[in-house]
Design a binder for this molecule. Structure first.
Ligand SMILES: [Fe+2]
Length: 255
């Protein structure tokens, strides 16, 4: 008997962290900018992109109204220019107790729901891990949120003392490493930390964290190639396709 082994390869590529909504944070400046970002993402092979504007008190005062209005703008751009990329919206939430009320009332747009937990992309300050961060993360879990920590490889405290990440992993946090960190756009120290996190299986998703075309573009293909070369295609597919698809399934189903 001849056994035909079919290898089902997903052509879907997910980018769950990007700043492509015009004018509401430090990402796209206007509609033309958003169009360039969407077009480049699509050309690079991304089939599903989540706009994750900053919600950062005192800096970017976004809420579900500004974010969902921005999502409509993106959908309009996609339609007008006959792009095929799928878009949805969530946020990148700054770690700050000021957001507790909105988290409790369900007003923070999340990446989706998995096993009863709402997945929230959580941003630590770049300089350090603030006192009380662990308690805040525990509070999130107790209130039905599972954080995915945005780019831990770029946090200065973690770069100095990588073991500081462990309590968060033990609590059940997920991690998102930025594609540009792996390809060296943020320097060699960040790159080697990112690669060591990958080697230790401490990374769940890789995403672009795109802000603009020139310095922080929505490009995943280079990092995908590098991860495939260093760790194999199975791991690359898990990080760029399978896990991000699982996390955002309810988000794209709704859209
Ligand atoms: Fe970001």
């Amino acid at each position: 008997m001849i056994i035909i082994r079919m290898v089902i390869k997903s052509h879907k590529m997910f980018d769950i962290h990007s700043h492509i909504i015009p004018r509401i944070d430090d990402g796209a400046r206007d509609e033309a900018d958003a169009l360039s970002l969407l077009r480049l993402a699509q050309q690079d092979g991304t089939t599903h992109i989540v706009a994750t504007p900053h919600i950062h008190s005192g800096r970017f005062e976004n809420d579900q109204n500004t974010i969902f209005a921005g999502l409509s703008t993106l959908k309009k751009i996609i339609k007008e220019h006959s792009l095929t990329i799928n878009v949805a919206a969530s946020c990148e939430l700054r770690l700050d107790i000021v957001h507790m009320a909105k988290l409790m009332s369900g007003e923070i747009p999340t990446l989706g729901t998995v096993n009863g937990y709402k997945i929230v992309l959580l941003e630590f300050p770049h300089s350090h891990i603030p006192p009380g961060a662990e308690n805040f993360v525990k509070w999130l879990f107790n209130n039905g949120y599972k954080p995915i920590i945005a780019h831990p490889e770029r946090n200065r405290d973690l770069l100095k003392s990588p073991s500081l990440l462990n309590p968060y992993l033990r609590l059940g946090c997920l991690t998102q490493v930025t594609a540009g960190s792996i390809t060296g756009e943020f320097g060699n120290t960040v790159k080697s930390y990112a690669l060591s996190l990958l080697a230790q299986d401490k990374v769940d998703v890789i995403a672009s964290d795109a802000h603009n075309i020139s310095r922080r573009p929505p490009v995943l293909s280079k990092a995908y190639a590098l991860v495939t070369k260093e760790f194999g295609v199975e791991k690359a597919d898990t990080l760029f396709k399978i896990t991000p698809q699982k996390l955002t399934q309810t988000l794209f189903d709704e859209g």
